[in-house]
Design a protein around this ligand. Structure first.
Ligand SMILES: [Fe+2]
Ligand SMILES: [Fe+2]
Length: 314
């Protein structure tokens, strides 16, 4: 005996809510993961080549087109290129209106191109001191922890002993839906040799700090290309950049930036798995779509009838 699940609640924009057609219930949480905006004061072009503000605007428009109602927008570092106060102002001006429309908090993570003092006063309205920029968010039972892997004066990364101790304290109590860590320097290798010089140091100590905890995923940036791996058994997902990305069609030692391939990620949190979906920022002719009416019609069928209607080869 099977029964057809009903469509979810219809939000105020008239779109149908998530429905369950397969084995998984709809995601309990969705996070938009973006990285490496690298803004400059006065809207300057990065390296005289990349219109980083236009590229960020295009990325944010793409986020909005997805129709997602995220639990948070997470930016995993290198928010500015030189840590200029005006660059942080411009970043807020670009991102906060979208965050307001989506009703989602913004999680700002520090990267090696950021300056802690300017970032703290520019994004958090706090004192311009050099302490690490960390934070903990309770996203309806999903815990998000922002770590600061920046090392003032350097481009490589580190989570120092004091921050690891702080993290251990946070993780000593599990959260209802588990924990996601966000940091700039990914704790996975890169096949592009230059990145290994700028890698996260003391990774073994970080692995010890999260051992046996409820950490379910690690979000990172820094590489300017999308990749994934595992760290101490935890899935790691690196979001590409909004500013420019690495042209990986070249041999590793020749990889460098290109003004294409920008992307962000949709992080869907299910009870037993987390998926990281890379969304390219591109406008291209796209096929017809499955309407709300079609979804509604499928939702009224039994699972067997749905297979007949949509799975059987004609
Ligand atoms: Fe970067
Ligand atoms: Fe970086």
């Amino acid at each position: 005996m099977t029964s057809a699940p009903l469509p979810g609640p219809v939000p105020s924009d008239g779109r149908a809510g998530p429905v369950q057609f397969g084995r998984h219930a709809p995601a309990s949480h969705v996070i938009v993961h973006l990285s490496d905006t690298h803004l400059l004061a006065a809207g300057a072009a990065l390296g005289g080549r990349y219109d980083v503000e236009a590229n960020l605007a295009a990325t944010l428009a793409a986020v909005e087109r997805t129709g997602v109602r995220p639990d948070a927008l997470v930016f995993t570092g290198d928010l500015t290129d030189l840590g200029e106060p005006d660059a942080y102002r411009r970043l807020r001006d670009a991102v906060e209106p979208l965050a307001d429309r989506l009703g989602a908090p913004v999680v700002w993570v520090a990267g090696n191109h950021d300056e802690r003092g300017a970032m703290r006063s520019g994004l958090f309205d706090g004192p311009a001191d050099d302490g690490p920029l960390t934070g903990v968010w309770d996203l309806a039972g999903l815990r998000l922890v922002a770590l600061d892997s920046s090392v003032p004066g350097w481009h490589h990364g580190e989570i120092d002993a004091q921050q690891r101790e702080w993290l251990r304290g946070i993780l000593s109590e599990p959260a209802p839906h588990g924990t996601i860590l966000a940091l700039h320097h990914p704790p996975i290798p890169s096949h592009v040799p230059l990145f290994d010089i700028l890698e996260l140091r003391d990774q073994d100590a970080l692995a010890e700090a999260i051992a046996g905890s409820d950490v379910r995923a690690i979000l990172a940036g820094h590489l300017h290309y999308s990749t994934s791996g595992t760290f101490a058994g935890v899935p790691v997902s690196v979001a590409s950049a909004t500013c420019y990305t690495m042209n990986l069609q070249r041999p590793p030692q020749e990889v460098n930036g290109m003004d294409a391939g920008q992307a962000f990620q949709l992080v869907h949190v299910y009870d037993d798995v987390i998926t990281h979906t890379v969304v390219p920022v591109v406008e291209a002719p796209t096929g017809d779509y499955f309407s709300d009416e079609w979804i509604d019609r499928m939702a009224r069928l039994s699972p067997r009838e749905r297979l007949e209607a949509f799975s059987r080869k004609r």
